[in-house]
Ligand binder design. Structure first.
Ligand SMILES: [Zn+2]
Length: 266
């Protein structure tokens, strides 16, 4: 993402209105996102994905980038009407697509995902490593919410599927945009009722319990580059880091959960 003034060449590109933001002088600046195709030259110039760079951005830039990425992902994958298959075109400043044949309107979707700190009665935190992740990169567990289940049920199901641990007292901590490609990440904490670990080797390479001291050592050694330990797109109160920050400070809270079937992680 590059912040710049509009140019005449933008007329032929997909553009979306991202909002108005007041400056220090009280004047509001309008932000529009213009989607350009990446080139190999961009990669050579040290570009990074938002997922990698999000933690380093100021709140305004992170919010602009998250909104633009989510909308760009949606436009790219919804070029045709889901009712009749005719091409659709952007309208309402990029926040709606309208079918060119039947006129139906289609809106951007946001998929809820959950991420959770699971803590046992000895104060240990549950971490896992997905099969496709680099060696020694761990995170708290996460997954998509399935149709027909509550957020609390999604937390309990994902933990059971990925680690074999049964949880209770599921409680909400915070949220953040997660446009990879179109999620809202909701952070929770939960208390482990069981501690025995059994994981599905097709999804998780490893799951383990860590004490606060072991977690701090992992961070110091640079071996836990977990996505959940980083501050990424959107707000400072985010779903990803809140569960771990609360656990490191030694706080925890309550509510109930249930269980269901499956899907890959976000
Ligand atoms: Zn249509």
């Amino acid at each position: 993402m590059v912040l710049r003034s509009p140019s005449a060449a933008d007329g032929g590109l997909l553009a979306v209105f991202l909002g108005l933001h007041p400056g220090e002088d009280g004047e509001r600046t309008a932000y529009l996102g213009v989607v350009e195709a990446p080139t190999d030259g961009d990669r050579d110039a040290g570009w990074q994905t938002l997922r990698a760079a999000g933690a380093l951005l100021p709140d305004l830039d992170a919010s602009l980038a998250a909104t633009l990425l989510a909308l760009a992902n949606w436009h790219r994958s919804h070029e045709r009407c889901s009712r009749c298959g005719a091409p659709s075109e952007p309208t309402s400043a990029g926040w709606v697509r309208r079918c060119t044949r039947d006129g139906s309107q289609h809106f951007p979707r946001t998929d809820p995902s959950v991420i959770m700190s699971v803590i046992d009665d000895d104060g240990r935190l549950l971490l896992g490593r997905g099969v496709t992740w680099p060696a020694n990169q761990f995170s708290v567990l996460a997954g998509f919410v399935e149709p027909g289940e509550s957020l609390e049920a999604a937390v309990a199901r994902e933990v059971l599927e990925e680690s074999g641990v049964v949880v209770t007292e599921v409680s909400y901590l915070g949220s953040q945009p997660w446009p990879f490609p179109s999620s809202l990440m909701l952070g929770f904490t939960a208390r482990a009722v069981t501690t025995e670990l059994t994981h599905d080797p097709t999804e998780m390479a490893e799951v383990r319990w860590v004490t606060r001291a072991e977690y701090a050592a992992l961070l110091r050694s640079g071996r836990s580059g977990c996505r959940a330990a980083s501050r990424s797109p959107g707000e400072s109160s985010n779903g990803g880091s809140v569960p771990i920050l609360r656990w490191r400070r030694g706080t925890r809270s309550s509510r109930a959960g249930a269980r269901r079937p499956r899907r890959a992680e976000p």
